[in-house]
Design a protein around this ligand. Sequence first.
Ligand code: CO
Ligand code: ZN
Length: 331
Amino acid sequence: MKDLIQKLVEVWGPSGYEHHVRALIQAEVQAFVDEMTVDALGNLICRVGSGPKKIMVAAHMDEIGIMVTFREPKTGYLRFANLGGLIQTTLHGSRVRFEDGTVGVVAAPDAFGASRTTAPDLDSFYVDVSDGTDADSITPGSPAAFWRPMESRGSRLISKSMDDRVGCAVAIETMRRLQKQTPHSLYFVFTVQEEVGIRGARPAAFSVEPDLAIALDVCPTGDEIQGERNVVKLGGGAAIKLQDTGLIVPPAVRDWMVDRAEADKIPYQFELIKAGTTDAAGIQIARAGVPSGCISIPCRYVHTTSEMVDLGDVEACVGLLTGLLSHDVTI
Ligand code: CO
Ligand code: ZN
């Protein structure tokens, strides 16, 4: 599991440029699917089983990043727009990587002065890709993702893009454990462009037309020092979402998940968040509506290059999802 997560988090795939992630996932799941298609936007749709109920499981492939918008004529410094929700206080000194492997440093002006205590506007930041010559290849229109290799400490994994490659890992491992055995028609959808407004999951849900859906994504925790008023704890088990800014989980979906977790003795906790949402928010309003829930992987420091998850929680999410998809559903 750890090796799979490492492969997934270290692959390059900012929103709109998920092709390398998709190729990796296609290779990983090939043996466990009945049918695999890629839709017009780039969502990877994997069908497993052919039972009467259609259940969609969504995890997003994209990660937050930037796109170069302008090259300063004298210095060659690159101005950029955000792809997804950047946290400006974390940007100065971070590294980004372009598709050709070029690494750049994100910088704020006057870092020991005005920018020392207050992050400036995004417009003031720039990326430095200088290599000592005038010949760098990065032009306006080039996308980049943040870059850090994964670290592990005991049961904890720390990396960029755990959001949402760890969700992809949960889906892949669940497919592996199911070995195509399910009473349902499962549609594992690895979606594009979640970070820029759930743009992949909506059309995917329209084409899959599921009866029921589950999104797999990270959720912020409240157990850091002076954390928010958030009940989720890292290491506290699979987080069963009850509510976020885009989704109120129907009680029947909540009970379906809770009853399974209780029956299979899987550690779980509830998730209630006041900021952010997931693919489930888009899926629930597809066509005539889809009862939708979310199994969340607790994650500290979301949207930084040091997103931290716990392998015990990841295992709980895989166990819960595998159990749900192996049994009959009455919703
Ligand atoms: Co995110
Ligand atoms: Zn996410």
